[in-house]
Design a protein around this ligand. Structure first.
Ligand SMILES: Cc1cc2nc3c(=O)[nH]c(=O)nc-3n(C[C@H](O)[C@H](O)[C@H](O)COP(=O)(O)O)c2cc1C
Length: 615
């Protein structure tokens, strides 16, 4: 009985497939930002809990599909497939999709032995809704595989989890029937993480070790995602204040030996908001034992270093404001402090109320609990239930806004505080507001955060004399500040190519780095031309980046013909039509068909000459 977590070890996957798979199930995910991966593990956990089934969970690209070709051995896989780019596969599924598409072209049913279920994750605000999951399904059907069930979850209005639950509730019993699985003896809640309270370990100086991340601060390079560097945030400067707070800050990488290049990302591990931490600790009665040292054990890989303390987990490792599902509330109801609270929570979790009362109001688990109990604490909730349900406080990624050629020991960031005003509360984005709190602290303390560099393919051309066209909205300006700095550094010794920057924001007061663009233009002369699209400057005629791009379509096309690189960065929804626009420009300027223009654009993408960094 085990869940095997995502690993890099491909051999284990192959071994697993070639053993008796008649009663075994594999769960694979294609996930860019973790949602599909999370659902895949959730599905696996539930199968383990309900049917005592042994399950492999891994990324799609870690699985060796060549083993299934024309095989007589029946294999069952449940896929969780997210769409990315323009309805495309995520990075950890694209290799497999390419492989399967090539197999399709042979027009033979090579994967007849495969039975599969598929849940697609997407967002209907994008042009090609569920492109990746539908393509994957079509491909498998051409290869002769048997579809057991297909479902789709839409991220557009925050109902992805509910879509998943509806699909899963209908599919899981069918799957069990198909395999003739008997439900394991009914249990309301079965923990998969064992939490034991132990006596404290101490640092050499006598201080209690509260988390391994503290120890990491004493560690030495190399630093990476699993061992972040505690960096100082310095020289912060606000551009705009209040609800739309945007600012610049500089992260000192001195001594950590982490190198970056313009276009890379800086991962930042946030800390939960102190107000939320203390309310969470109150609701689940953790205040008294906040500093108690605990040891965690589990059958699958845990993201929390152990031993640690309750408080360290709630502050640094647990996504206490995670989106919640009706199912979580139903399990939580078992631990209610009174029958009235239990009934109220069950009503909140019901089909009739859940969307309106929980999803639309963006209630967190602790807020829903408080609402059901009229502000009274819930002393009987097992801590492991909170760990399993809420999951990991993930690092957030920021495009680095500087060039290593000018700033080798510091990475600059451009941050917009995520603050969304709902009817009666503000939803705070955990990391941006955390960075603000350490950059503009009320006291002098706490100006460090754990960080690491994540390499990205979003890079200025290797050849410095190639033209560049850069398109962005809002804080999407960040990597382009780095690209321009990069070219300034190069210009001292090299001939550099022309640069067009198209930058969309609300009005003049919303322009980030307003003093720097004239300076960069001065330093680079005719090599840099910056064009602003200020959407709220003229209330009658709103101007967006696509409008100013269209006005310059002739020059853009000429530059593309001269080998220019085209970059897009910023809000995925606002910029979702950019590649369509470029296709249109190519079509019109070259006088070719839409199909031919699509081929040209595809080739640009393959050659790295059309790149997007969207969020
Ligand atoms: C840059 C970007 C591009 C996306 N493109 C699409 C798309 O073309 N079609 C779609 O249905 N959803 C699209 N989405 C939405 C994601 O598929 C959806 O939010 C999903 O839940 C993310 O899952 P993941 O965390 O497993 O990557 C896109 C999201 C981002 C950030």
């Amino acid at each position: 009985m085990e869940i095997i977590g995502a690993r890099d070890d491909r051999n284990t996957v192959s071994n697993y497939c070639s053993s008796d798979s008649s009663d075994m199930l594999t769960i694979l995910y294609g996930s860019q930002t973790g949602s599909a991966k999370k659902l895949a593990f959730q599905f696996a956990n539930e199968l383990l809990e309900k049917y005592n089934k042994k399950i492999l969970v891994d990324a799609i690209d870690s699985y060796d599909f060549s083993l299934l070709i024309d095989s007589a051995q029946k294999t069952t896989i449940i896929f969780f497939v997210s769409s990315y780019g323009e309805g495309e596969q995520c990075d950890n599924a694209s290799k497999t999709f390419k492989y399967l598409s090539e197999l399709c072209s042979e027009n033979r049913q090579h994967l007849k032995s495969l039975r599969y279920g598929l849940f697609g994750l997407g967002n209907a605000a994008f042009d090609i809704y569920q492109g990746a999951s539908r393509d994957f399904k079509n491909c498998l059907s051409q290869l002769g595989s048997t579809l057991l069930d297909y479902g789709e979850g839409n991220d557009e209005k925050g109902e992805l989890l509910e879509d998943y639950i509806r699909w899963k509730n209908q599919f899981m019993p069918t799957l069990a029937e198909y395999f003739r699985w008997e439900p394991s003896k009914a249990r309301i809640y079965r923990p998969t993480i064992l939490v034991s309270e132990v006596s404290p370990r101490r640092h050499a100086n006598g201080e209690i070790v509260s988390s391994l991340r503290d120890l990491n601060a004493l560690d030495k390079p190399p630093y990476h995602i699993a061992k972040p560097f505690r960096a100082r945030f310095v020289n912060s400067q606000k551009f705009t204040n209040g609800q739309r707070c945007q600012f610049h800050c500089e992260v000192s990488l001195e001594g950590c030996r982490m190198k970056y290049k313009a276009g890379d990302h800086l991962g930042v591990y946030p800390t939960n908001r102190p107000e939320d931490v203390s309310r969470f600790m109150f609701v689940f009665c953790l205040g008294q034992k906040a500093e108690q040292v605990i040891q965690l054990r589990s059958e699958f890989p845990l993201w929390i270093p152990s031993p640690t303390t309750y408080k360290a987990i709630v502050e640094h490792y647990l996504n206490i404001n995670s989106a919640i599902s009706s199912q979580m509330l139903q399990t939580l109801a078992n631990f209610a402090p009174s029958d009235i609270s239990k009934d109220r929570l069950l009503i909140l979790s019901s089909r009739e109320s859940f969307t309106k009362e929980v999803v639309d109001k963006r209630l967190t688990l602790w807020e829903a609990a408080l609402e059901a109990s009229d502000g009274h604490p819930w002393p009987d909730v097992p801590f492991c239930f909170l760990l399993e349900s809420l999951g990991k406080l993930e690092p957030r990624y920021y495009s680095i806004a500087s060039s290593e050629l000018l700033y080798p020991d510091e990475a600059h960031l451009t941050v917009k505080c995520q603050r969304e005003q709902l009817k009666d509360k503000i939803i705070y984005g955990v990391c941006s507001n955390y960075i603000e709190s350490i950059c503009f602290p009320e006291s002098e303390q706490g100006q460090t955060a754990p960080v690491f560099v994540r390499k990205s393919g979003f890079k200025p051309p290797l050849n410095g004399d190639r033209p560049m066209i850069m398109v962005c909205v809002g804080t999407g300006i960040a990597p382009f500040r780095g690209f321009v700095q990069h070219r300034i550094a190069l210009s001292a010794t090299h001939n550099i190519g022309k640069m067009f920057l198209f930058y969309g924001c609300r009005d003049e007061s919303d322009i980030l780095y307003p003093n720097e663009w004239p300076e960069y233009s001065k330093a680079l002369g005719s090599k840099l031309s910056v064009h602003f699209a200020l959407s709220r400057e003229d209330p009658i005629r709103k101007t967006y980046v696509q409008d100013i791009i269209l006005q310059r379509s002739k020059e853009i096309h000429e530059l593309l013909e001269q080998g220019a690189y085209f970059y897009v960065c910023g809000d995925a929804i606002k910029l979702s039509k950019m590649s369509k626009l470029i296709r249109q420009i190519i079509m019109q300027r070259k006088g070719i068909s839409e199909e031919e223009a699509s081929k040209t654009l595809k080739q640009l993408k393959l050659n790295g000459r059309y790149q997007e960094d969207l969020w």
